[in-house]
Design a protein around this ligand. Structure first.
Ligand SMILES: *Cc1c(COP(=O)(O)O)cnc(C)c1O
Length: 405
């Protein structure tokens, strides 16, 4: 492919084939094509329609609790020698940014005439958001969840059930997120008209990465306006954690045209750089196809996708949204990783000095921001606080809180 990186403004992507430069596309079995075509037609027709946007924004405002706050972090600012601001997705209904996408896709499902919502979930956060959105909008909801995750995330399974969803444990494959996505795709193929598959991150075949980005970009639009108003100017840098990449692309996208704003995505560095010890697909991965998309993935020399490790369940995925692969190659966004220990230390610091318990996922962004502050004294830093850490108490008991006993 000729280098489109220098000529195509990132905001114009994806192209008509769902490509972000070399990345993205739609690598799916023939059986899935009609369902994706139908989804694509629905996205083209409804997503930017005034009617749809009005209903979406109304739900975001009156039910999700948007706009979420932008909080200055005075103690972190002082401790790091910087000017630190937090975009508070932890304050959104159900505790993280995932609800923005779940509400938007459920509204789209209704427009498309679907009779039921299906979703996959790893740690349970997208499952909870999907179950809540489906309950709110009067749709039945089935959530596929790896059997291992059903065990590990019991409180979220209960939350989904109380919200009226049916949770189906997936015993095939790796019995975690990857297997759950495969199972949801199988369900969708069997009834593409009556069923809507609500995918939880900016990953998968076109048009999902685009659809999820458009629904999550509300984060960056709000943050940009709030920075201008509350901080008196744009940040020098915006930092977000990257699992599949939805909160990061949502925060970054409205800043892509601001050349002076540096953008940093922080992946899960886990125990270290070895294959299987982390979930840092951009930092350590190589190009390949995973779940319908050409992107950077963690695979061995034979192209076998490898299991990943992260202390944070929400970042524990062997691929990443294709737009991030593009933004890394184009140089517009810088990606780095934070280890388990670095993220936990950042979580503890934020909780103790700001009175905010961030999700372990979000703590990776705090760690990256602290590193940036160390090298750039006085910088104005915007951190995407993607969710709250209450859900992480069991793992925090076994790690940080061990020392408190
Ligand atoms: C799921 C989750 C993430 C990771 O997903 P992205 O699609 O990369 O945003 C990050 N933070 C929280 C709180 C999550 O629940």
């Amino acid at each position: 492919m000729n280098s489109p990186l220098r000529t195509v403004p990132p905001s114009a992507l994806p192209d008509i084939r769902g490509r972000y430069g070399a990345f993205g596309g739609r690598y799916v079995p023939e059986t899935l094509v009609p369902a994706l075509d139908r989804l694509q037609a629905g996205v083209d027709r409804y997503l930017h329609q005034a009617d749809f946007q009005a209903e979406f924004n109304h739900e975001l405002k009156t039910w999700v609790g948007r706009p979420t706050a932008l909080s200055r972090a005075p103690s972190l600012s002082q401790r790091w020698g910087a000017d630190v601001w937090l975009k508070r997705e932890d304050l959104a209904h159900t505790g993280a940014h995932k609800i923005n996408n779940a509400v938007g896709q459920t509204l789209l499902a209704k427009r498309l005439g679907a009779k039921r919502i299906i979703a996959e979930t790893g740690a349970g956060q997208h499952g909870v958001a999907s179950a809540a959105a489906a309950a709110r909008l009067g749709m039945p909801c089935v959530v596929y969840m790896g059997a291992v995750d059903v065990e590990r995330q019991a409180p979220n399974v209960g939350r989904m059930q109380l919200l009226g969803a049916t949770v189906v444990p997936v015993t095939g494959g790796d019995q975690t997120l990857r297997a759950a996505i495969d199972e949801a795709l199988r369900d969708w193929v069997s009834d593409p008209d009556g069923t809507y598959y609500s995918l939880g991150s900016a990953v998968g075949p076109h048009p999902y990465p685009y659809l999820v980005r458009e629904l999550q970009a509300v984060i960056g639009r709000e943050a940009r306006a709030q920075m201008l108003q509350q901080a008196g100017g744009l940040p020098d840098v915006a930092v977000a954690c990257v699992g599949g990449g939805s909160n990061a692309i949502g925060l970054f996208h409205p800043f892509l045209g601001d050349a002076a704003v540096k953008l940093i995505g922080v992946e899960a560095g886990g125990r270290g750089p070895g294959l299987g010890d982390n979930a840092a697909s951009l930092t350590f991965g190589t190009p390949g196809v995973l779940q319908g998309s050409y992107t950077l993935i963690l695979q061995d020399d034979y192209g076998q996708v490898r299991e990943t490790h992260s202390v944070s369940a929400g970042l524990d995925y062997s691929g990443v949204g294709p737009e991030h692969s593009y933004l890394m190659k184009s140089g517009r966004v810088t990606y780095e990783s934070a280890t388990d220990d670095e993220a936990l230390a950042a979580l503890a610091e934020c909780a103790k000095f700001e009175g905010i318990l961030p999700a372990i996922e979000s703590a990776h962004a705090f760690s990256g921001a602290k590193r940036y502050a160390g090298a750039h004294p006085g910088a104005r830093i915007l951190i995407g606080c993607s969710g709250r850490g209450d859900k992480d108490m069991p793992i925090l008991q076994r790690t940080l809180l061990k020392n408190f006993e």
